[in-house]
Design a protein around this ligand. Structure first.
Ligand SMILES: CC(C)(COP(=O)(O)OP(=O)(O)OC[C@H]1O[C@@H](n2cnc3c(N)ncnc32)[C@H](O)[C@@H]1OP(=O)(O)O)[C@@H](O)C(=O)NCCC(=O)NCCS
Length: 186
């Protein structure tokens, strides 16, 4: 399995079909927590849905079209983080993430995203990474703000949340040069 070690507690790894029960159980247990901001939660009603997600994720990875991985915290599947796509002509991508509620408040996404950014700029040669958040999703917005992204503006009515509600999205961007400049600061 392809893995990236974040630190002593966190590991990112490709989800395989054998992880489907754990993934479905995590999603099902956190339905109320996740559905407010993630439109796919209500449509994930069976183990087969989680299997399909994993199959599509593996395909996306194998075609070099994105990078969806599971997050393991102290050996437990805690959530997912992804590069949703790669626009190779502009070397640009977008990060998305979610966590089971019991794993929140520990800096897991902040640490995982920081590592994924390092991998994206360092290993994959990306130039620009975006994070899009609904204006009211303050926990999600705190991630790019903590990681030094620039708040670039608001895209009107491009996002979808629970019950098919269409919302604006705050767009955050980080460029490789900005990230590199931060790495050499004391
Ligand atoms: C968005 C979401 C992933 C954020 O989770 P989170 O736990 O707040 O984020 P992190 O894992 O980075 O943890 C940050 C918290 O841990 C604390 N923390 C502890 N140790 C930390 C560390 N080493 N580094 C950073 N933060 C740390 C921070 O202070 C912060 O707590 P606070 O919110 O009380 O200030 C989570 O709320 C979620 O899954 N929401 C539903 C799905 C969703 O909205 N996804 C995003 C769609 S755009």
């Amino acid at each position: 399995m392809f893995t990236i070690k974040v630190d002593d507690e966190i590991e990112l790894g490709l989800l395989e079909e054998r992880h489907a029960p754990a993934l479905f159980e995590l999603t099902d247990r956190n339905r109320e927590h996740l559905r407010e901001w993630l439109p796919w939660v209500d449509g994930t009603t069976s183990l087969e849905d989680s299997r399909t997600f994993i199959r599509v994720s593996l395909e996306t990875f194998s075609y070099n079209n994105g990078f969806p991985v599971g997050i393991w915290y102290q050996g437990y599947l805690a959530g997912c983080i992804a590069y949703h796509y790669f626009a190779w002509n502009t070397r640009r991508t977008e990060i998305g993430y979610w966590l089971g509620q019991e794993f929140s408040g520990k800096g897991i996404i902040t640490r995982a995203a920081r590592k994924l950014i390092e991998y994206g700029f360092g290993e994959l040669g990306l130039n620009r990474i975006e994070i899009r958040c609904a204006p009211g999703n303050l926990k999600s917005r705190a991630i790019p703000e903590r990681l030094g992204f620039t708040r670039e503006g608001i895209l009107r009515q491009v996002g979808i949340i629970h019950d098919g509600i269409v919302v604006d999205m705050v767009i955050y961007g980080l460029l490789v040069d900005e990230w590199a400049a931060k790495q050499v600061k004391p």
